[in-house]
Design a protein around this ligand. Structure first.
Ligand code: GDP
Length: 197
């Protein structure tokens, strides 16, 4: 898919205030600092579209961006960062859960995972919650430039094995490096195929 336009539309904390209409939505979520903003900027070819930050946990809003006037890219808050405190974390959790459970336009949720680390409890628990609620998701392993190709294969294998301890089937898996601009075509084509179907 060619990106002809990518514009910020609205930020909010309330699923009821998300844009009206029937355009399909593709949402991106993951632990703070996983590389979500960098990935969104890389996909859309717009450096400052999503706010990248050295300070993890900054995006606490549901951010809608309209792409090619055809679909919304949705930047969800990064989860699991201690700095929000318990009440802050609970509030964030509600925002995220309401959006995921109530937003009918959501067609695909991309869950971002740093390819360098072994499966983290918080991500596994989040996937379990998605499974319990019947929400399909696709994993994107980020920052692949940070490790060798061999190491990446090893990590992917270990991650899949871990998932298969609790899941009968693996979700679709994609890989990306915003630094090297890798995975861009695969992710955009993946979205295009879903939009066509
Ligand atoms: P977010 O909190 O998930 O939105 O993460 P950011 O996109 O702000 O990235 C967090 C940090 O990781 C920043 O210092 C980025 O420059 C760095 N980063 C993000 N993606 C990549 C990548 O693909 N490769 C490398 N080497 N660094 C990355």
């Amino acid at each position: 898919m060619e990106i002809k336009s990518a514009e910020f539309v609205i930020s909010n904390t309330d699923v009821k205030k998300c844009p009206e209409g029937n355009l399909p939505e593709y949402a991106f979520i993951g632990r703070s600092n996983v590389g979500k903003s960098s990935l969104i900027n890389m996909l859309t070819n717009k450096k400052g579209l999503a706010m990248t930050s050295q300070k993890p946990g900054k995006t606490q809003l549901i951010n809608h961006f309209i792409i090619n006037n055809e679909w919304y890219l949705v930047d969800l808050p990064g989860y699991g960062f201690a700095q929000h405190g318990k009440s802050g974390r609970e509030k964030l959790k509600c925002i995220i859960e309401d959006y995921i459970l109530e937003r009918e336009q959501l067609v695909c949720l991309f869950l971002l995972v740093d390819c360098r680390h072994e499966a983290q409890k918080i991500d596994l628990e989040f996937m379990e919650w998605l499974g319990e609620n019947g929400i399909p998701f696709t994993i994107i392993f980020t920052k692949t430039d940070k490790i060798t190709k061999g190491r990446l294969q090893e990590n992917l294998k270990a991650y899949k094995e871990k998932l298969l301890e609790t899941w009968e089937e693996l979700p679709p898996i994609l890989v990306s490096s915003s630094e090297k601009r890798e995975g861009r075509d695969e992710i955009l084509n993946y979205i295009e195929e879903i939009n066509k179907s």
